[in-house]
Design a protein around this ligand. Structure first.
Ligand SMILES: Nc1ncnc2c1ncn2[C@@H]1O[C@H](COP(=O)(O)OP(=O)(O)O)[C@@H](O)[C@H]1O
Ligand SMILES: [Mg+2]
Length: 250
């Protein structure tokens, strides 16, 4: 059976003036995958996510997210996609329950199911016992997990996570990565994960794509990229090695 394509782009391009931030990007992500979206700073990852969400208009090319065109159906796309941006804002004076109640309201979710839903998402991200502490007192890792809880409130089919472990200590990053993997395994959520943490990306991604200067220069499983392109031995398939080879070529 062929998997449903959750994300599909054809020749997707974004220009800012003379500069091409995303250059003829064609790729797809299948239902149920964790896709590691890699590349140095400035290579066009966040711009791609914004176009997929309908928050930035492509200069050329097209995209489909869950079968929808984000240019024409941005609201429908946002309903299905949970987006955790690079810099998550928090309401320092609210506690987690208050924050999530507010987010639920913004998403038009209310009534009797809200408090149950909030309990559930707090449990998923391991914040149940800190639910009534002010978010201003949270560690960076806890804030990031609250950010994930916020996007889970609307039961997304897909998650776009833009560098969710940036600036976290090893323990905080590990917890976030474990949550992402369990959401994928237990809830079949498809994940597009942008990250510089190659060790973690290798651990949980089914496939990866490497962007260099707006172009996707490589795409596939870590093993297939290591074997086909560089004839690496099995024990040498580290994503870091593969990434550095493309980076040096690029
Ligand atoms: N709003 C904008 N206006 C002008 N240039 C931008 C804008 N957003 C991003 N860029 C440029 O586009 C390129 C890609 O940026 P970005 O998508 O943020 O890369 P990444 O997320 O991979 O670090 C960079 O050169 C960046 O400076
Ligand atoms: Mg970025």
């Amino acid at each position: 059976m062929e998997n449903e394509r959750i994300i599909e782009t054809v020749g997707l391009t974004k220009k800012y003036g003379q500069q091409t931030a995303v250059d003829q990007l064609t790729f797809r992500v299948e239902e149920g995958e964790i896709f590691g979206f890699l590349g140095p700073n400035g290579s066009g990852k966040s711009t791609t996510l914004l176009m997929l969400l309908g928050l930035s208009r492509p200069s050329k090319g097209s995209a489909r997210v869950c079968g929808l065109d984000p240019v024409r159906k941005p609201i429908d796309v946002k309903r299905l996609v949970g987006y955790l941006p690079e810099n998550v804002g928090v309401y320092r004076d609210l506690d987690a329950v208050e924050s999530l109640t507010y987010i639920a309201e913004l998403n038009g979710i209310n009534g009797g199911t809200v408090s149950k839903k909030i309990e559930e998402v707090l449990d998923v991200v391991g914040l149940s016992k800190d639910a009534h502490k002010k978010v201003g007192t949270y560690s960076r890792g806890m804030r990031q997990r609250l950010g994930i809880a916020e996007v889970l409130i609307k039961d997304p089919k897909v998650l776009f996570l833009d560098e969710p472990t940036l600036g976290l200590d090893p323990d905080g990053a590990f917890r976030v990565i474990e949550i992402i993997q369990s959401l994928n395994r237990n809830r079949k959520i498809t994940v597009l994960l942008s990250s510089h943490n190659l060790h973690h990306v290798q651990k949980i991604s089914h496939r990866v794509g490497i962007m260099i200067k707006g172009k996707m220069v490589a795409m596939g499983s870590v093993a297939s990229l290591g074997k086909e392109k560089f004839s690496l031995e099995e024990e040498e398939y580290t994503l870091e090695q593969i990434y550095m080879k493309y980076f040096e070529e690029g």
